[in-house]
Design a protein around this ligand. Structure first.
Ligand SMILES: [Zn+2]
Ligand SMILES: [Zn+2]
Length: 273
């Protein structure tokens, strides 16, 4: 029993791994290959030995987005996938996300909406959900009906749109609508699995506030009302990097959003106002 990691079976042959910092990654075991979705950020080189306790198949690493707690162990994998829009982020930001490593993000193969990664007996379908970062993706495993969300809509806690890697909220909103339609078209009853399953960010929410379609709908309403000015957040002391203005925090129903007041409307919208 490894006390650095808490491993939970969340579907047949699908494991959720939380490290001691609350970073969450997933192992999806197929008949031909196994996928590792994100890596967490754990000192040392301990995640591959852990993963090997659950699968001996060749591994494909799928990065939901290029934040350090999702890419840090990328150099321990050979077959890597990531959406191309992460390269819209400045090199200086991506470098910051590598912490003490020199990671080669360009070795990652591009994956886009509609792409399907076949593991043998399990498939992972890609949906781009730009917002938290430009190249954030969700992955749907059809057979188990699990959706791996990364940080695209939070993990039942604050959605972090205050970091400089986030798109303006008026670009996030259509992305959320597309996500809702996409999930409903696939039956809507999937288990939504986030990138920080057990982590609390100090918001007012109870620890148990699992992701669901209801959460997503509350988030859609919240983002819309912030864009329209009907909801204005309160000053927040949540983590920021490379920013000078204080972030705001707003909530509606089950959803909580951290955001920057200067990044509600995109530039083109500001020009027409
Ligand atoms: Zn994260
Ligand atoms: Zn993130």
């Amino acid at each position: 029993m490894d006390t650095k990691f808490a491993v939970l079976l969340v579907g047949q042959g699908i494991y959720r791994v939380c490290n001691s910092s609350g970073h969450t990654f997933y192992i999806v075991t197929g008949e031909e290959r196994s996928a590792v979705i994100d890596t967490g950020c754990t000192p040392g080189r301990e995640i591959i030995p852990l993963i090997r306790q659950y699968t001996q198949k060749p591994l494909s690493l799928i990065i939901t987005h290029a934040h350090s707690d999702h890419i840090y162990h990328l150099d321990e994998f050979d077959d890597i996938y990531m959406n191309h829009r992460e390269f819209e982020l400045p090199d200086s930001f991506l470098q910051l996300m590598m912490e003490d490593k020199q990671l080669d993000l360009h070795q990652a193969k591009d994956i886009r909406t509609g792409d399907v990664i076949d593991l043998g007996g399990k498939t992972l379908e890609v949906l781009e959900v730009p917002g938290h970062t430009p190249g954030s993706i969700a992955l749907w495993e059809k057979e188990s009906n699990c959706m791996f969300m990364g940080d695209a809509i939070g993990s039942g806690n604050d959605v972090w749109m205050q970091w400089p890697s986030a798109l303006p909220l008026d670009q996030y909103y259509p992305s959320l609508l597309r996500l809702l339609r996409w999930t409903v078209e696939r039956g809507g009853r999937m288990q939504l699995l986030g990138g920080h399953a057990m982590q609390c960010f100090g918001s007012h929410l109870l620890a148990y506030n699992p992701l669901s379609l209801g959460w997503l709908c509350d988030l859609i309403d919240l983002v819309d009302q912030v864009i329209c000015g009907k909801i204005v957040g309160q000053p927040s002391d949540v983590d920021i990097i490379l920013e000078t203005e204080p972030p705001l925090c707003a909530s509606f129903g089950r959803a909580v959003l951290q955001y920057m007041p200067s990044r509600i409307h995109s530039q083109s919208r500001e020009k027409t106002d």
